[in-house]
Design a protein. Structure first.
Lengths: 193, 177
């Protein structure tokens, strides 16, 4: 199939083609979701290599299980669930390591921080960096479900119904998780408010 | 690093969750109207919402990665997918050609082995009925108590024989006498 035509395909069409044996079309889904998958994994791991491995593993799993995808949810909800589950497994396995890494970052002082417009002053940059580190620490200390709900809403922009599908829970529960996470973050960033 | 102990003024308890949803643009229209009406007359809730607007977008700001990173990521992922696909096909391909010739080949080999075995053993095959470790039936096993019983029975039989012998001897003596 023509690569340009491939890019125009909807997720459901790509999945249907993969299920019929045209596995090369899966590249479209990789191209479309690689950044989002990597970002989620990075939010959980704070490590570029680990995030890369986890998100690529999610693609491999999606690829090998594509025939099991029944279309009851959208592909991206299904795929997000794979990524989130891999990330949660990772945090359960390596929770202590992540915590120690964040502690070192905090003790080691300011690290280079990316600034969107490049016009802010060094003090502001350092302040923003510190606030980000504090927020990361607070997120790490949160229960997994609260953190997952927050990351999917705040960082990934998923809707509450979609988060509920990814987390296999109710929308009401997601709202509670989200509220608790936001309240905890706001409180931890009291100095920067 | 020790976190500060001072705390922020909180929003109204009944509205805090709704304010979070309001910030993200979630919730029904009725909920949004209710929150907006409340915000007009509640300063702490307005401050709460303002804090969220200031803090949360900063947290979501991703570290910028160069295009080369994404190009490399894409290539690596496709390579991993190709390797996975190849592994799957390697297993499948291993069995596909075998199906065509495997059955007659194995059948011929089995007949040949049987024929050779018959020739060299001349048809005299000995099958051991008793397998190693095979258990002996309980009826065949004799315990020591049973042995003592049989011995005592033998002795009684011997005594009765002696008595019989003694009896015949006496009769002979009496008849002679």
């Amino acid at each position: 199939m023509d690569p340009t035509a491939q890019q125009d395909l909807r997720d459901e069409e790509v999945v249907a083609l993969c299920q019929q044996g045209q596995s090369e079309v899966f590249e479209v889904l990789v191209r479309k979701y690689m950044e989002k998958a990597f970002r989620i994994a990075f939010d959980f791991t704070h490590d570029t290599e680990e995030a890369k491995d986890l998100s690529q593993e999610a693609f491999l799993r999606a690829f090998s299980r594509i025939k099991q995808f029944d279309g009851r949810s959208s592909f991206y909800t299904w795929f997000y669930r794979l990524v989130v589950n891999l990330c949660l497994d990772y945090t359960r396995r390596k929770g202590r390591v992540i915590w120690e890494r964040l502690e070192k970052q905090t003790e080691g002082g300011a690290e280079p921080v990316e600034v969107a417009d490049g016009s802010s002053l060094p003090d502001e940059e350092a302040m923003a960096g510190e606030a980000k580190r504090r927020a990361d620490k607070t997120l790490e200390a949160m229960p997994n479900k609260q953190r997952t709900a927050f990351l999917l809403r705040n960082h990934q922009g998923l809707s509450i119904p979609d988060i509920a599908k990814v987390m296999k829970t109710t929308e009401g529960t997601v709202r509670v998780y989200l509220h608790r996470a936001v309240a905890a973050l706001r409180q931890s960033l009291v100095e920067f408010v | 690093m020790k976190l500060p102990e001072n705390t922020l003024p909180t929003a109204c308890t009944d509205f805090e969750e709704d304010l979070v949803l309001h910030y993200y643009g979630d919730g029904s229209e009725a909920e949004r109207n209710r929150v907006e009406a409340h915000l007009e007359k509640c300063a702490p809730c307005r401050a709460f919402l303002e804090d969220l607007r200031r803090l949360l977008p900063q947290m979501a700001k991703p570290n910028e990665l160069p295009q080369s990173f994404w190009d490399n990521y894409y290539r690596e992922t496709l390579a991993k997918l190709a390797a996975a696909e190849e592994r799957k096909f390697r297993w499948r391909n291993l069995f596909v050609p075998m199906r065509a010739w495997m059955l007659p080949a194995f059948g011929t080999a089995a007949v040949a082995v049987l024929a050779v075995a018959l020739v060299f053993t001349k048809g005299h095959w000995h099958f051991s009925l008793k397998q190693p470790g095979e258990s002996i039936p309980q009826e065949i096993l004799v315990d020591t108590n049973q042995l003592e019983f049989f011995k005592s029975m033998d002795m009684l039989e011997a005594l009765s024989k002696l008595e019989t012998l003694d009896g015949t001897k006496l009769e002979t003596v009496n008849s002679r006498g």
